[in-house]
Design a protein around this ligand. Structure first.
Ligand code: SAH
Length: 350
């Protein structure tokens, strides 16, 4: 990434050190009257050695460590952890102001994927989403996003290979902090940008704004419907954003960044999973170099949509394939741990 980004965050608290680059940390140690090489040490302890507090950094002189020890690094604390039989681990993390967010660690044979939150709650109020039912509290700061990835990495004692912004919140309502987090995860935590996926329900003008950063991260768009009327029924905010405008911004994103956009399509039995929906969807995506991820609905308490049966899912998939659209079915992992979509927070903080 060519452009340098101001990662500073304005609050009354001293800025957390997590989220800062090597050069920013080096400046900070020098401001404390320490030699520059302490910046490198601090950087390694924050991003590789799992320091949770400045007091942990045993290579620092004791007297200095104690003098600066109260300054927050910016790490969260664990509020609750549950593990599903498929080894998916779901974390409720407590932020510095006491608010709780969800993070999920999803291991597969070769990968460790982290599903991060970008906001506390979410204002989008999508009808099928547990987070949306709980309302919105605030945006996360970039270090609070990076902390989620480090927390999972340290817990699994395994390098995180992929990060998806598919936890709580709408990332494109928090672009500045999300982009700063992407930059830090890439440069400081060492995760390839192409292994980072930003998922959005689509906000007018925001995909265009994101394109300007020319990230190599993957953009996933939660489409969920094959026509405008159905989309408005499932996603209230869609009434201010036509399907045509959303797809147009996606096309611009592809031409500006050279990256593909993938589409998420939740499957709700009898609502958006009919053969005619598959045909409509294929029509919209004609000429798009894309990948469609079908997500069979993961039931939540508040609404009674149903997950379609295997045959319906297969039929929908085959229609898209006949139209030469690359398609995968993505079952939510860790359902036993309430691990999908805002459910654990709902069940543990009621
Ligand atoms: N706000 C962003 C990212 C968070 S949601 C977005 O909308 O893309 C991440 C994905 O989980 C989205 O595709 C979302 O629609 C999907 N999702 C939400 N609730 C779900 C549920 N109950 N079952 C299956 N997928 C769900």
């Amino acid at each position: 990434m060519g452009t340098s980004l101001d990662r500073s965050i304005k609050t009354n608290q001293p800025e957390p050190l997590l989220g800062k680059s090597l050069s920013e940390l080096t400046i900070w140690v020098q401001q404390q009257g320490q030699p520059a090489y302490r910046g490198k040490q601090l950087y390694q302890w924050i991003y590789q050695k799992g320091a949770r507090s400045l007091l942990d950094i045993s290579v620092f002189p004791k007297q200095w460590r104690e003098a600066i020890g109260a300054r927050p690094l910016g790490r969260s604390s664990l509020h609750y952890l549950s593990t599903a039989p498929d080894r998916t681990r779901k974390y409720l993390l407590r932020l510095a102001d006491g608010l709780i967010i969800e993070t999920v660690g999803i291991p597969t044979a070769k990968r460790l994927t982290v599903c991060v939150s970008s906001q506390v709650g979410c204002p989008m109020a999508c009808d099928f989403c547990a987070t949306g039912k709980g309302g919105f509290t605030r945006n996360l700061q970039s270090h609070e996003i990076v902390d989620q990835v480090l927390t999972v990495q340290e817990d699994f004692q395994q390098r995180v290979s992929n990060v998806v912004f598919m936890g709580m919140g709408e990332p494109l309502l928090n672009i500045k902090e999300v982009v700063a987090a992407v930059k830090c995860l890439n440069e400081d935590v060492g995760i390839g940008q192409r292994s980072l996926t930003i998922s959005t329900v689509g906000i007018p003008g925001k995909i265009r704004q994101l394109a300007q950063y020319k990230l190599q991260a993957t953009l996933a768009v939660s489409l969920h419907a094959s026509n405008q009327k159905l989309r408005e029924q499932l996603i209230p905010s869609a009434n201010r954003y036509s399907l045509g405008s959303l797809l147009e911004e996606c096309r611009e994103y592809v031409s500006k960044t050279g990256r593909r956009v993938s589409f998420e399509y939740i499957l709700l039995a009898g609502v958006n999973d009919l053969p005619e929906n598959a045909h409509q969807l294929a029509k919209h995506l004609r000429g798009f170099q894309t990948h469609v991820n079908l997500i069979p609905y993961n039931p939540i308490d508040e609404v009674d949509y149903q997950r379609p049966d295997k045959q319906r899912i297969k039929a929908f998939t085959e229609i898209l394939q006949e139209k030469h659209i690359a398609v995968s079915v993505r079952y939510s992992r860790g359902l036993e741990a309430d691990a999908a979509c805002g459910q654990l927070r709902a069940s543990q903080t009621r």
